[in-house]
Design a protein around this ligand. Structure first.
Ligand code: NYM
Ligand code: MG
Length: 211
């Protein structure tokens, strides 16, 4: 069962455009797993609770201006500062459901025109996810969902470029779920994907992100 005591936890990442439904689905998945007796935590990046995270948050709110490469490296640093804790949680048997990770880092920065290889480089050596679930929603549809929150990047033309870059990042750990399906249907897909992943990776060693 998903709540087995032995073995490590799984690193499950949800990715997608702004307003793709990631945060709601992360919360639903987490409470499902907890209800199954699985040890799991919900994480998100950026983690706005750290000093670096506060700089990122101010930038996203347009309260500060930062050079494109500088903010890119801050997003990466925000993941690095959580790496040790992430590793100990996973090795201790806790599954992490993470709302955004390195793929957001690359897709959003590359959408500004930064070189993709340059964008990937600082995240090499972070823990590699066991599963990346991409919630696929057309940028136009996402924009219809109550509009954006007024943060930087929340513009339809920009989100279209982000979607193209996400597309080019897909690899064998990715599962694409149609995020325009009814919420309950999406939730059902996520439960199955996560449960299988948690079972399969219990005895597998953690690996590092190499792209
Ligand atoms: N974002 C997120 C990046 O540009 N780079 C990153 O590395 C990460 C993790 O931050 N528009 C962007 C994507 C979002 C914004 O994320 C804030 P959220 O999930 O809305 O808090
Ligand atoms: Mg947002």
């Amino acid at each position: 069962d998903a709540g087995s005591k032995s073995g490590r936890g799984a690193l499950v990442v949800l990715e997608g455009l702004d307003r793709s439904g990631k945060s709601s689905q992360c919360a639903r998945l987490l409470s499902y797993l907890e209800g199954q007796g699985c040890r799991a935590e919900g994480w998100r990046f950026p983690d706005r609770g750290t000093c670096v995270g506060q700089m990122i948050s101010a930038y996203l709110a347009n309260e500060s201006q930062l050079d494109d490469r500088t903010i890119h490296l801050l997003f990466s640093a925000n993941r690095w500062e959580k790496r040790a804790l992430m590793e100990s949680k996973l090795l201790g048997g806790t599954t992490l459901i993470v709302d955004r990770y390195s793929y957001s880092g690359v897709a959003f920065s590359a959408a500004k025109g930064l070189d993709i290889q340059w964008c990937k480089a600082p995240d090499v050596g972070l823990i590699a996810p066991d599963l990346v679930i991409y919630l696929d929603v057309q940028p136009e549809k996402a924009a219809e969902r109550g509009g954006y929150g007024g943060e930087r990047y929340e513009k339809i033309e920009f989100q279209k470029r982000v979607a193209d870059h996400y597309h080019s990042l897909r690899d064998s750990t990715w599962k694409v779920v149609d995020g325009s399906l009814p919420m309950e249907t999406v939730e059902e897909h996520l439960r199955e994907l996560a449960t299988n992943c948690i079972q399969e990776c219990q005895e597998k060693p953690l690996t590092n992100l190499t792209w």
